[in-house]
Structure formats: structure tokens, C-alpha cells
Design a protein around this ligand. Structure first.
Ligand code: FES
Ligand code: FES
Length: 164
């Protein structure tokens, strides 16, 4: 790490985002969320509270969900970061996204990328055993539009199918 002439900590990090290596020169204090949105143009990941309370900024790091607003970009060197843009290939929707559409599991859509990323991890972890489990393990993702029953229904369908 170096210091800029005005004494800001500065470094170069190589991030693997959606399978692609991206090298960034940035202030050591830049969050993963700001690096994704402001430096890499990946604006699918949303900034809600910017303090770890809403889940809108959820992405995957090595297959586990993380809040990108509480994660420094510099901490992600060597980790596989997946954002909503990288969830599926060639413009196709991921099964979780398809289920959200089928169940009308959004209104304004602002929380939806974070909800989808959390739902994918929840299903992968095998934690969607009941509606109560789904609500518990999705409780870090807030939805101001109150689409909760539909979100639970979408996840329940996939948990039942073992399809995600
Ligand atoms: Fe990260 Fe709200 S923006 S938790
Ligand atoms: Fe609007 Fe969730 S769909 S905040």
C-alpha cells in the first residue's frame, strides 16, 4: 500500500468478478459495493442503507453471501465475487429469478438483486426447509414494498423442486 500526495492510502487490487479478472487502483478504504458500482459499472448491486442493515448490496464471495457495503474491495483479492449480473450466462434468467417473476416477488425491484443473491445462497446451503426457515435466513434482506409472502413462495417452490 502506498500513500497519495494528499496522504490517502492507495493500492492496486485484482478482483475476480463474475469470472473475469479486473485490476483496480483505488483508495484502500473503498468498499466492494462502491468498486462494483462506481468503478466497474455493475449497478445491479444496490446501495440501500450503506451500513449493513438492509441487504440490498448482497453479493457472493466464494459462494457465500456478503454485504458489499461492509466489505472492503481490498479484502476481496483472490476471492471469486459473483454479482447479480454474473448469476447466469447469455442473458438467461437464473431459476431463482424465474421463480421471482412467476410469484410476483417484487414491486419496485430495488431490493430484488440482493433478495435473489441471498435466496440462491440459502437454497445452495439447503436451509430452506420450511417457510419459517426461509423467513429466518432471508431476514437480513429488507423489502420496503412488503413483497415478503411472494418472496417466500418463490423460494419455497424451488426448495420443493430442488431446482436452484
Ligand atoms: Fe449494504 Fe444496506 S446497502 S446492507
Ligand atoms: Fe420494493 Fe422490495 S420490491 S423494496
Amino acid at each position: 500500500m502506498t500513500r497519495t500526495p494528499d496522504n490517502r492510502p492507495h493500492l492496486t487490487v485484482t478482483l475476480t468478478i463474475n469470472g473475469e479478472k479486473r485490476e483496480l487502483d483505488l483508495d484502500a478504504r473503498v468498499t466492494l459495493l462502491d468498486a462494483l458500482r462506481d468503478r466497474l459499472g455493475l449497478t445491479g448491486t444496490k446501495k440501500g442503507c450503506d451500513q449493513g442493515a438492509c441487504g440490498a448490496c448482497t453479493v457472493m464471495a466464494d459462494g457465500r453471501r456478503v454485504l458489499s457495503c461492509l466489505t472492503l474491495a481490498a479484502q476481496c483479492e483472490g476471492r471469486e465475487i459473483t454479482t447479480i449480473e454474473g448469476l447466469s450466462a447469455d442473458g438467461a434468467l437464473h431459476p431463482v429469478q424465474e421463480a421471482f417473476v412467476r410469484h410476483d416477488a417484487f414491486q419496485c425491484g430495488y431490493c430484488t438483486p440482493g433478495q435473489v443473491m441471498s435466496a440462491v445462497c440459502l437454497l445452495t446451503e439447503g436451509r430452506a426447509g420450511s417457510d419459517a426457515d426461509i423467513r429466518e435466513f432471508m431476514s437480513g434482506n429488507l423489502c420496503r414494498c412488503g413483497a415478503y409472502p411472494n418472496i417466500v413462495a418463490a423460494i419455497r417452490e424451488l426448495a420443493g423442486d430442488g431446482d436452484a
